[in-house]
Design a protein around this ligand. Sequence first.
Ligand SMILES: *Cc1c(COP(=O)(O)O)cnc(C)c1O
Length: 439
Amino acid sequence: MSIYNEKQQKIAKKLSGSKTTYADWTDWNWQMQHIIHDIDQVENLLEINFEPEERQRLLETLDKIPLSITPYYLSLIDRDDFHNDPIFKQSFPCPDELEIDRLDMSDPLAEDQDSPVAGITHRYPDRVLFHVSNLCAMYCRHCTRKRKVGDRDSIPDRQTVEKGLEYLRNAPEVRDVLLSGGDPLMLSDDYLDWILGELRKIKHIQIIRIGSRMPVVLPYRVNDTLVDILKKHNPLWFNTHFNHPREITASARQALQKLADAGLPLGNQTVLLAGVNDCPRIIKALVHRLVENRIRPYYLYQCDLSEGLSHFRTPVGKGIEIMESLIGHTSGFAVPTYVIDAPGGGGKIPLSPNYLISLSTNKVVLRNYEGVITTYKEPDSYQPIFCNRKCDDCKLQLNLTDAEEQDATGIEKLLSDSYDDISLTPEDNVRLERRNNDE
Ligand SMILES: *Cc1c(COP(=O)(O)O)cnc(C)c1O
């Protein structure tokens, strides 16, 4: 697709008059000023019509998340088959959003409970999410943070961001900060530059990541000015969110090239969505296009349990089927990790087809992607190393002066030689409660 095709010119002219130019269209401020917020506008720009009854239900959905589509993203919709269009489905409401399933939750990942100060989600030992914006250029209908986005009363203000920074300065265990939102690239260049600069001053923060959907919904945001700012603060990692190969347009490719040329490693997080990309061939085409553009497919997410997303959910089996179609069939680095973000806040749990069929102390039986069953012979002698987690005494040469030895947790702790723990037991285990009562 060319960068400013006829369809786009027509949309641009309807939005801001016949004098609208290519320079306007590719200016992210022009795009922001002409964001589409209502259903009439969509009807007018795409030349489609909704029946009065459908319209009424669509209007109700806008109370849950507002409608917001950039002219650029709207221009990717195929108006002749819009009801099946992956761009339309991700950006335009559907009456099914009004259906709340029995187990739907407003904050399924319990992000608000793992929040030590406003704006920070600190769930994992060494890394945090830092919500610096709650606005997005385009509101994804499948958003997991519906409870927050677009709510003008909960925009993180400078004071909130200052408090988040203060928390991070006093949290030496944090080595990786993910700027998230909303979309951090909704912030002005200067403000973003300031936040990145403040983070860089904190010695224990080794890497900063930016999670943004701008390359997908508003690629013109990634201009030379922005890239010059980002470059100053390297090492930065950049994660974006392409869900369908159709989203990788010439404009998107240009944005990705700028980021990759600036030395930012690029990753992509895809959400598995019924009716959008729940097909092994679509995902394979997507990952191939991503790696062609130097983006490493990072995660494939099972759609989570946020309210009103039931029409987007697939069974987990669909995700496994897709992984089965990728692993071995294509380049290893084109294969994302399929994860379920645990409801209740347990973090991301990776899922994969099973390749380990059986094992004895002498042999392991495995199968490959073709269904060939094979064996791997275990070593006849292996001198296990007893690990007391005191690396100075060990013949393996870690020799890292700054190796902060953290205590083992979870399953890692069960596997460890230096702890006596033999089980992990839920707090409210009935059997143990009975024992305590007997005492
Ligand atoms: C996804 C996520 C992270 C980052 O996890 P990685 O697996 O390192 O990408 C950090 N904090 C929270 C709350 C997350 O959901």
